[in-house]
Design a protein around this ligand. Structure first.
Ligand code: SF4
Length: 245
């Protein structure tokens, strides 16, 4: 049995590309996407609580709808957790309405705001370890693993990689991962490859989302894809005459 590469040892991932430094492959993916799409500037929020509210509001709706609500909350002076937590329910629901499922989202926003205030705000929350913070976020209604990781990396600058459907799809098509790995394993491997740099991990997530929308859709558009030169799926499609790459 061949000895595992240093990258595999260090990052604890079983690679699909034998003999290749998987961490370096991942950095190449990052570089190519960054060159193609430029800086993504995620998360577009002025304060940590605004980012958290946006993460809840954008669930099952386009970001532009969540953005409308954020702007309305800002105009109403209700973007601070203290104010938002105290808003009358009909007022909060009316403000949240453009993001859809407004009763549920308004209730979840209020609970999030109360939790934030009761926990002592960001100064107190940032003293928590990442596992502690993640566990508290996951205990809140409407916050699943993906939203929790969004919040950890963008609101608290924790070195967490957000594993979503785009990342799984792109990594598996490219041949970097199987796509079915446990979330924790994939997230830890990517974080390791980038030296646990929260800013880079947040940017990678944003770039993958952009790539998943532009090229690596459910039906991939390999022509002109910035990853096509090394992508296994693209190579296979050329071989089988499925599509030019
Ligand atoms: S070449 Fe095709 S399958 Fe590969 S990453 Fe690009 S769009 Fe996805």
């Amino acid at each position: 049995m061949p000895a595992p590469t240093a990258a595999r040892d260090r990052c604890g991932v079983k690679g699909r590309r034998r003999g290749e430094d998987r961490a370096s492959t991942l950095r190449t993916i990052f570089d190519r996407l960054a060159a193609a799409y430029g800086g993504q500037g995620w998360w577009p929020a002025r304060a940590p609580f605004e980012m958290m509210a946006g993460a809840l509001l954008t669930q099952r709706t386009a970001w532009r709808n969540a953005e409308r609500v954020i702007e309305s909350l800002r105009r109403a002076g209700a973007l601070s957790p203290e104010v938002l937590a105290g808003l009358p329910t009909p007022t909060l629901e009316a403000l949240v309405r453009p993001a859809g499922t407004f009763r549920t989202k308004a209730a979840r926003l209020r609970i999030l705001a109360r939790w934030y205030v009761d926990a002592g705000g960001r100064e107190s929350l940032k003293q928590r370890t990442t596992p502690e913070l993640r566990a508290e976020l996951l205990a809140l209604p409407g916050i699943g693993p993906e939203t929790a990781d969004d919040i950890l990396v963008y609101a608290f600058a924790r070195p967490v990689f957000v594993v979503d459907a785009y990342a799984r799809r792109i990594f598996s098509r490219y041949g970097w991962a199987g796509g079915e790995e446990p979330r924790e394993q994939l997230s830890a491997a990517v974080a390791c490859a980038f030296g646990r740099d929260a800013a880079v991990l947040g940017e990678l997530h944003a770039l993958l989302v952009e790539h998943g929308k532009r090229h690596c859709r459910s039906s991939p558009r390999c022509t002109g894809c910035p990853l096509a030169a090394r992508c296994r799926t693209a190579a296979r499609r050329v071989e089988t005459g499925g599509e030019d790459a």
